[in-house]
Design a binder for this molecule. Structure first.
Ligand SMILES: *Cc1c(COP(=O)(O)O)cnc(C)c1O
Length: 421
C-alpha cells in the first residue's frame, strides 16, 4: 500500500495534489511520500518482532539526505556500499554502530574512513579484501568487526543484472570455502568475526530462493560456532521485490518474509540484520512528467514526454516495467489508448514503455511513472545535458524540495576549461 491516490479527480501524494507540485517546481520531478517510507520501514521492523534485529536501509536505492534523515529518525540502521554513502550516513546522523559496509571493491581509504568514524561491521566479499582490511585496521591500532558474505549458489530467479547469489556472480565467497576463510580470519589480529552475511539478489518475487539460502546459512552457523567463531549476527541482505505491475504482481509481503526467517533461523539466537532498499523506497516515489507531443506514427503512436532515460534508467537498463498513470483521473468508462512512451534523448533505448495501454493523453498532460522511488534519482545522469531532476518530499499537506533542479549555469560551471585553451 502506498499514499499515492486519486482524490477529487487528481493524483495526490498524501494530501498534496501532484499538479500543485508540478506548478511549483516544474516537470519532470521525483515525488516521495514520507508516510509510505515510514510504513514500509515499520512493516519490516514488525515482521522481525520477537527476534533481536536491525533493519539496515540499503541507501543505494535512494540516498537523498532527507530520506536518510527520515530513516535515521525511525531508528533504522543503514547499509552502505561506498565512502560517499558512508559520508552520507554520518551526515544524516547515523551512529557508526548502525552502519554496515557492503560491496566487492572497498578501497583502503574507504576502510580507513569507516574505521575512524565508527562502523557496525564490514561485510567482506573476498580473501584479498580480508587481508587488506586486516592491514589497514592494524596500522590504525583498531580491530575491524567483520562478517563474510557467503555465496550460497542459489538461483534468485530475478533479472540477470540484479542476481547475485549464483557461483558465477562476482559477489561473496563460495559457501563451501567459508570454513577455511573464517579459520584464516581467526589468525588475523586486525579482524574480529561477528557473523555471517548473505545477499542473493534484488527484486525477488518468491521466498523459496531465500529459504534455500538461509537454510545453508543456518547449517554454516552451526559449523562455524563449533569451530569456535562468534557468530552473533546474521545479515540476510535485501532484495524483497515490489509489485511494479499492480495488476499482475503479488510478491511476498514483509510479514511472510519475517515468518520464514523465524522458521529457518529463529532457533539460532543470532541478531538478524536485513538490508531492504527497494521495498522501502520503490513504491514511496513517483516520477512526474509532462507530455510534450503526441506523434502519430505508422501503426503506433508515440507519447513524447519531458522525462528521459537519464532521469529513470530502469526501463532501458533492465527492461523494467513501471505503471504509468495520468495525474488527472480518467473519466469512468473513458476509452484507453495504446502508446509507446518515450523521452527526448537521442537513443532508441530512451523508451519507457512499448505498446502501453493507458489513459488517453496529449500535450500538456501530466503523467506519473509509479514505483520510481528506488533506483530512480540515484541512477540519474545529465546525459544530453539535461539537468538532474529535482526531488520533492511530501508529508501530509506539506511538501519540500529536497534537491533542487540545477540551473543550466550550475550544470555548466561544474566543468573547468583549462587556461591554455
Ligand atoms: C542492493 C543491495 C541491497 C538492497 O537490495 P534491494 O533489492 O534494494 O532490497 C542490500 N544489500 C546489498 C549487499 C546490496 O548490494
Amino acid at each position: 500500500m502506498d499514499h499515492f491516490l486519486y482524490r477529487d479527480g487528481i493524483l495526490h501524494a498524501e494530501d498534496v495534489p501532484l499538479s500543485q507540485i508540478a506548478a511549483a517546481v516544474g516537470t519532470p520531478f521525483y515525488c516521495y511520500s514520507t508516510a509510505t517510507f515510514t510504513r514500509h520501514f515499520r512493516l519490516f521492523d514488525e515482521a522481525l518482532e520477537g527476534m533481536p534485529h536491525l533493519v539496515c536501509y540499503a541507501m543505494k536505492a535512494n540516498s537523498n539526505q532527507a530520506i536518510l534523515t527520515l530513516m535515521a529518525n525511525l531508528g533504522a540502521g543503514v547499509d552502505v556500499v561506498s565512502g560517499g554513502e558512508y559520508a552520507r550516513a554520518r551526515a544524516a546522523g547515523f551512529e557508526g554502530d548502525k552502519i554496515v559496509f557492503s560491496g566487492v571493491g572497498k578501497t583502503r581509504d574507504e576502510m580507513r574512513t569507516a574505521l575512524a568514524g565508527g562502523i557496525r561491521q564490514f561485510n567482506l566479499e573476498s580473501e584479498p579484501e580480508m587481508r587488506v582490511l586486516d592491514q589497514v585496521a592494524r596500522a590504525m591500532g583498531v580491530v575491524a568487526p567483520v562478517t563474510v558474505r557467503v555465496n550460497p549458489d542459489v538461483d534468485a530467479k530475478t533479472h540477470e543484472k540484479i542476481a547475485t547469489g549464483k557461483s558465477e556472480n562476482k559477489f561473496g565467497i563460495p559457501i563451501a570455502k567459508a570454513r577455511e576463510v573464517y579459520a584464516e580470519i581467526a589468525t588475523l589480529e586486525g579482524l574480529r568475526v561477528v557473523g555471517i552475511d548473505v545477499h542473493i539478489g534484488s527484486q525477488l518475487t518468491d521466498l523459496e530462493p531465500y529459504r534455500l539460502a538461509y537454510r545453508k546459512v543456518a547449517e554454516l552457523t552451526d559449523v562455524l560456532r563449533a569451530d569456535g567463531h562468534a557468530i552473533e549476527r546474521l545479515d540476510l541482505g535485501g532484495g524483497l521485490g515490489i509489485p511494479y505491475e499492480r495488476s499482475n504482481d503479488a510478491p511476498p509481503l514483509p510479514v511472510e518474509y519475517g515468518a520464514m526467517v523465524r522458521e529457518e533461523l529463529g532457533h539460532l539466537n543470532a541478531e538478524i540484520e536485513i538490508e531492504p532498499g527497494r521495498l522501502i523506497a520503490g513504491n514511496s516515489g513517483v516520477l512526474v512528467t509532462e507530455v510534450i507531443y503526441l506523434k502519430e506514427g505508422e501503426g503506433r503512436d508515440f507519447l513524447i514526454v519531458d522525462a528521459a532515460m537519464n532521469d529513470l534508467i530502469r526501463p532501458s537498463m533492465y527492461a523494467a516495467h513501471h505503471d504509468i498513470v495520468s495525474v488527472v483521473e480518467p473519466a469512468a468508462g473513458a476509452d484507453p489508448a495504446t502508446y509507446d512512451v518515450v523521452g527526448p534523448v537521442c537513443e532508441s533505448g530512451d523508451t519507457f514503455a512499448k505498446q502501453r495501454v493507458m489513459a488517453q493523453s496529449g500535450p500538456g498532460d501530466l503523467i506519473a511513472f509509479r514505483s520510481a522511488g528506488a533506483y530512480g534519482a540515484v541512477m540519474a545522469s545529465e546525459y544530453n545535458s539535461r539537468p538532474l531532476v529535482p526531488e520533492v518530499l511530501v508529508s501530509g499537506d506539506q511538501f519540500a524540495v529536497i534537491r533542487p533542479r540545477p540551473s543550466f549555469d550550475e550544470m555548466i560551471n561544474r566543468d573547468r576549461v583549462p587556461e591554455w585553451l
